[in-house]
Design a protein around this ligand. Structure first.
Ligand SMILES: Cc1cc2nc3c(=O)[nH]c(=O)nc-3n(C[C@H](O)[C@H](O)[C@H](O)COP(=O)(O)OP(=O)(O)OC[C@H]3O[C@@H](n4cnc5c(N)ncnc54)[C@H](O)[C@@H]3O)c2cc1C
Length: 386
């Protein structure tokens, strides 16, 4: 029924079987208590799904972003929230594409086996926000170490990860020709760092996401933690961000289908004025519109994923897929709450939880305004606005 579903039937069936072991009550309980769904993430890890993108020679299954996006979509479509584990997928891409052979040999087999988790990426800072190239966290080389100082905000899954990809400035802004130069990425061992120069303060938030403020105070990390060449980190991180945007588009699509399925079932079953509410076109049309928008967004998501897998420039498609899918899921969420009437507000129907969860993607990992500005400037050639 949906675009490309048939092509990945076995993958979807396997995911659906695993997700069915974690019914709505499970996700509702963790959502309400704002706790991490440890058993679910462990089951996904043990089944190998979070190692999908690791090449077979390192113990993974060697699949692409297309398949990884289907894994994320199915988690959300089942009523879960892939936001608890999607970091592993896009961070993996960064390590795979830009890490040295020694780094890949050291970390990938352990990530594939589940011994290590690579769930965190530290980019956003409190004083610079989306203006990433102005970030103030510095990493200064001293012998065989880098010394890191600064602050990050909204860094997710730190308490449930062993490793973090960190973006920091290695050459001062005043000394580079372009502001995107002089930034570097590092693979930080969180267990070593926390308490030894890195401190973590959790941020309570409306989606129960495990996310934190990080403070770096002379944190020393081995020089070998550097990924790729010093000063080229911004370019590497952009690659990872395209993967992240495509994966999150897929999660929004999973949410969108979840909302549509819920709406259709409820609109057929709920009877008011002696007829199912779904018999009224005023109720039908928002449901049909939501479905149409999700199907359309799905096409762009697969286009982005295929281009990423072919190592082609997918910046435009990844951004557009994220915008279309986030808008479609948000409209579907709104229609779903309306279709359920008062019951949509009750925790036990899960609509309010998924409504809150999918709202995040209007803002993170990049807000809608910045996607439109990317398309205006980089795709359409309009003047740069900032
Ligand atoms: C739950 C959660 C989890 C997150 N996880 C991570 C993570 O793991 N790692 C990480 O690095 N970050 C993470 N983030 C951060 C997220 O990527 C940022 O919140 C997001 O990129 C927006 O940045 P900001 O909050 O600083 O907003 P700002 O940059 O301050 O922008 C605020 C608003 O102003 C608008 N705006 C600003 N400037 C312009 C302009 N020139 N034109 C038009 N509009 C503009 C923006 O669109 C936005 O709506 C997370 C955030 C949340 C809420």
């Amino acid at each position: 029924m949906i675009a490309d579903e048939e092509d990945h039937r076995d993958l979807r069936d396997a995911l659906r079987a695993l997700c069915a072991e974690f019914p709505a009550e499970y996700h509702r309980k963790h959502g309400a208590a704002e706790t991490y769904p440890e058993e679910f993430i462990t089951a996904l890890t043990e089944a190998g799904w979070l190692a999908a993108m690791i090449p077979e020679e390192y113990g993974g299954s060697g699949l692409g972003l297309t398949e990884a996006s289907i894994i994320m979509e199915e988690i959300n479509r089942s009523g879960g929230n892939a936001g608890h584990c999607h970091g592993q997928m896009y961070n993996m891409g960064t390590l795979l594409r830009h890490g040295s052979e020694a780094q890949k040999k050291e970390f990938l087999p352990k990530i594939a086996s589940g011994e290590l988790r690579l769930q965190s990426m530290g980019v956003t800072e409190p004083t610079t926000g989306t203006d990433t190239t102005k970030l103030k966290t510095t990493a200064v080389k001293k012998g065989d170490r880098y010394v890191v100082n600064g602050q990050k905000v909204w860094i997710s899954r730190i308490q449930h990860s062993d490793l973090m990809i960190l973006l920091a400035r290695t050459t001062p802004l005043a000394e580079v020709q372009r502001k995107s130069q002089g930034l570097s990425i590092f693979l930080v061992d969180l267990k070593e760092a926390i308490g030894n120069g890195l401190s973590v303060t959790p941020i309570r938030n409306m989606v129960g996401h495990e996310t934190n403020e990080l403070f770096f105070d002379d944190l020393e990390i081995p020089a070998a933690s550097l990924i790729g060449e010093e000063g080229r980190g911004f370019k590497y991180i952009l690659d990872g961000l395209n993967a992240e945007r495509t994966l999150i588009a897929a999660e929004c699509i999973g949410d969108g289908y979840w909302f549509v399925d819920k709406m259709v079932a409820y609109a057929n079953e709920r009877t008011v004025f002696e007829r199912p509410i779904g018999q009224n076109q005023g109720v039908q049309f928002p449901i049909a519109r939501a479905y149409v928008d999700i199907e359309a967004a799905n096409l762009m998501r697969f286009k982005a994923a295929r281009k990423f897998d072919a190592h082609a420039d997918c910046g435009a498609e990844a951004n557009m897929a994220k915008l279309l899918a986030a808008d479609a899921s948000w409209q579907a969420a709104n229609a779903c709450l309306q279709t359920f009437g008062g019951f949509g507000f009750a925790e036990e129907y899960d609509v309010e939880r998924k409504f809150r969860e999918t709202r995040l993607y209007q803002v993170a990992p990049i807000s809608t305004n910045f996607i439109l500005s990317y398309v205006a400037e980089h795709v359409l050639g309009l003047p740069r606005s900032f």
